[in-house]
Design a protein around this ligand. Structure first.
Ligand code: ZN
Length: 280
């Protein structure tokens, strides 16, 4: 019998939110997971330097720091504050050895979406040189249209790609500095998904792949995501598209769940591993 393959499995710290970064690292080591995407709330109590030491000492790969973004705002001071915050996120990502900063691009209630998208492109262009110089990539995460009112005016892979195509910066490895993180929760419904994954892969934009599931009855749009296999997303098929597009990165488990955060987190992680092996 083949050994369970967790070599490409990564865990977002937010998935085991009650755990500190150190507990998350220890839990992953015990479960056989070798990569952790770090959310800023998990980083804060340690600071980036100490967090980086903890991750390196455990031999953890760090696909991403979550999250930057939130570029659009009604006044210039707020837009500037967002740029400053994104530059700090890039610095922290470089310090902990994260490959990318994931961008939740932002939206402002009442602001027309085309204007929000214009400000998003402007914001990303403003921080991309710093990311480039820091050796950190920026990954636009398209978000489900249900979030377009206040969270992200970028709802589809295509919209994300159109922004990537405006960004000329390339890293030392030759890859575009600005790319895309595809989260199945946000993009599974899109009839252009297979094509857009192929295009993003061909252009070198595909940087991140997040997995969870879409439950038919959600009690909360933010904090009631499903464990893989609990919902209606054909994750294995989408993973196949992503890999055919040349993606060789991690399958990052990102599950916000008030329900699962109440569980013993070691037991929760065991369930995650079983679901990953069965459904991703
Ligand atoms: Zn995600």
């Amino acid at each position: 019998m083949a050994l369970p393959d967790l070599s490409r499995c990564a865990l977002h710290t937010i998935t085991t939110k009650p755990w500190s970064l150190e507990q998350c690292v220890a839990g992953c080591q015990q479960a056989g997971i070798n990569a952790i995407t770090v959310w800023r709330n998990a980083l804060e109590p340690y600071g980036a330097r100490r967090a980086g030491e903890i991750l390196r000492a455990a031999g953890m790969r760090v696909p991403a720091l979550c999250r930057g973004g939130f570029f659009p705002a009604v006044d210039a001071a707020k837009r500037q504050a967002a740029l400053d915050d994104n530059r700090r996120a890039i610095d922290d990502a470089a310090t902990i050895g994260a490959e990318m900063v994931v961008l939740v691009c932002g939206a402002v209630p009442g602001m027309p979406l085309p204007e929000a998208r214009r400000q998003i492109a402007e914001g990303i262009a403003a921080i991309a040189p710093h990311a480039c110089a820091s050796g950190v990539r920026l990954a636009i995460e398209p978000m489900h249209p249900a979030y377009a009112g206040d969270c992200s005016a970028i709802s589809t892979m295509r919209q994300a790609r159109l922004i990537c195509e405006q960004m000329p910066w390339r890293g030392r490895d030759g890859y575009p500095v600005v790319g895309i993180a595809a989260d199945v929760y946000h993009v599974w419904w899109d009839d252009a998904l297979e094509d857009e994954i192929a295009i993003a892969g061909a252009k070198g934009y595909l940087q991140g792949f997040h997995v969870c599931d879409w439950k038919l009855a959600q009690s909360d749009l933010l904090n009631d995501r499903g464990l893989m296999g609990e919902g209606c997303i054909d994750i294995a098929t989408i993973r196949g598209w992503v890999e055919r597009a040349g993606f060789t990165g991690f399958n990052e488990v990102e599950i916000f769940s008030d329900r699962y955060w109440q569980m013993d987190q070691s037991e929760w992680l065991q369930r995650i591993v079983a679901a990953y092996l069965a459904h991703v």
